[in-house]
Design a protein around this ligand. Sequence first.
Ligand SMILES: Cc1cc2nc3c(=O)[nH]c(=O)nc-3n(C[C@H](O)[C@H](O)[C@H](O)COP(=O)(O)OP(=O)(O)OC[C@H]3O[C@@H](n4cnc5c(N)ncnc54)[C@H](O)[C@@H]3O)c2cc1C
Length: 282
Amino acid sequence: MLICRKGFRHAYRDKQELTGAIARAERMAREYGVAFEPLDGRALQRAEPNLLIPLAGAIQWLDPWTCRDPEALVAAYTKLFKAAGGTVVSGDAMTLHARQGKWAVDIPGATGPMVARDAVICLGSQSAQLTTRFGLRVPLFCKRGYHLQLKSSRGPNLLLVDAKNSTVLAPMVSGLRILTGAELSRPSSAGTTSQLNHAIVSARELFEIEAPRDADPWMGNRPCMPDMLPVVGAVPGQSGLWANFGHGHQGFTLGPTTASLLAHEMAGNSATFPELSPCYRF
Ligand SMILES: Cc1cc2nc3c(=O)[nH]c(=O)nc-3n(C[C@H](O)[C@H](O)[C@H](O)COP(=O)(O)OP(=O)(O)OC[C@H]3O[C@@H](n4cnc5c(N)ncnc54)[C@H](O)[C@@H]3O)c2cc1C
């Protein structure tokens, strides 16, 4: 199953924290219509029989979907794109340059660059480096995250956040995945181990944890803006050049959504996004 439509749970070890979380969830439901169900310790244990220790309870968010194999989902997007007539080629996007009123990127081994009327800068954490060359300076920074993929597991049935320890336990097609919170770091800096070690300890308290599938943990960067809003729209003063990056913690979900809205705008429809300022000031 690629997509699970049953929501996910924030679990609490402490009764007082659970009470506070329920009050916050009630406010979210009232003000934003977010659906949830509170579970006491017994209901949580019934839903998650692999839990090794009793917890105070959980909030079950009912609306979100989760993806149990992000790589397969991206492969499915690529297949859809090709079926609609798209072509996928690889080249260094940093070679982007203007060429006779169009945009060009060098493609290794090809007879000439790939040329198009429009180009979208969407290079994750590398995006700001390229936009600066075209006059758009953005204070993009990274929040790194780590995960460890286990071979198989006796973990949770539904994605579970151990709220106290900022640890996410995600059942994936290929077994249990343990994820960390955010670490402020430069994209080029070496990985650290403290957050993941902490997450593994808290995961072990909750579930029987088996051997990791991969020798090294995965690390990835969440490209963030100080206001946590993505940079989407026309690059000022550069006809046919567009931006779609900086989606922070939600890029896997939100990136395709803003891309679809941007494609609508690029096709000549009225602008969906406010004009980008050539230089963000915070
Ligand atoms: C631990 C963790 C958990 C997360 N969980 C979630 C979640 O649950 N839900 C969610 O929505 N989001 C989640 N995210 C955030 C999400 O992964 C990011 O927001 C998203 O990946 C950003 O997408 P992007 O396409 O902008 O950048 P990226 O995914 O970084 O993609 C940028 C691409 O550009 C390519 N590139 C860079 N430079 C060049 C170049 N010079 N030439 C050619 N190609 C280049 C890179 O190779 C890469 O493929 C999580 C992130 C982390 C780290």
